[in-house]
Write a protein that binds this ligand. Sequence first.
Ligand code: FES
Length: 161
Amino acid sequence: MSDPVHESERFKPPASRRDFLGLAAAWSAIGAFVMAMLGAARLPMPSVFPESDSRAKLGRPKQFATGSATYFPQQRLWLFRDAEGFHAISSVCTHLGCIAERLEDGQFNCPCHGSKFDASGRVMGGPAPKGLVWLELSVSPEGWLVADTLKETEPGTVLSA
Ligand code: FES
């Protein structure tokens, strides 16, 4: 004898625990895959745009007297003005990144492991593999002296302003 209720299209037997766990596992796997793909798609986009704050206005050129050496702690650089013009030297030690101190005689000394640099940043001793970095300087259209802390320039490069 047939049972019209159970043969009806609208009748669905209750889901078993096994069915429920299987569906939960499948949806979890799909969710994890989608999240992983979203994360992978995001990888080529940088989280930080270093160019955006690598340039710093140091001041108007006339603010700096000939023969001056001015330290900018936020940019971790020394700005020098001599008869030929301006140059900037990073105070970040090329060994492991400590801040090298400038001594009275103009040389630099790294307090961390004892690297020593001459007044133009050349290595004189210690574990530093290369000299202190000279940074690119420019004058903005508005007349500001600008240093770019991410752009190295050849030691000896001077900006006349
Ligand atoms: S970090 Fe400067 S000598 Fe090591």
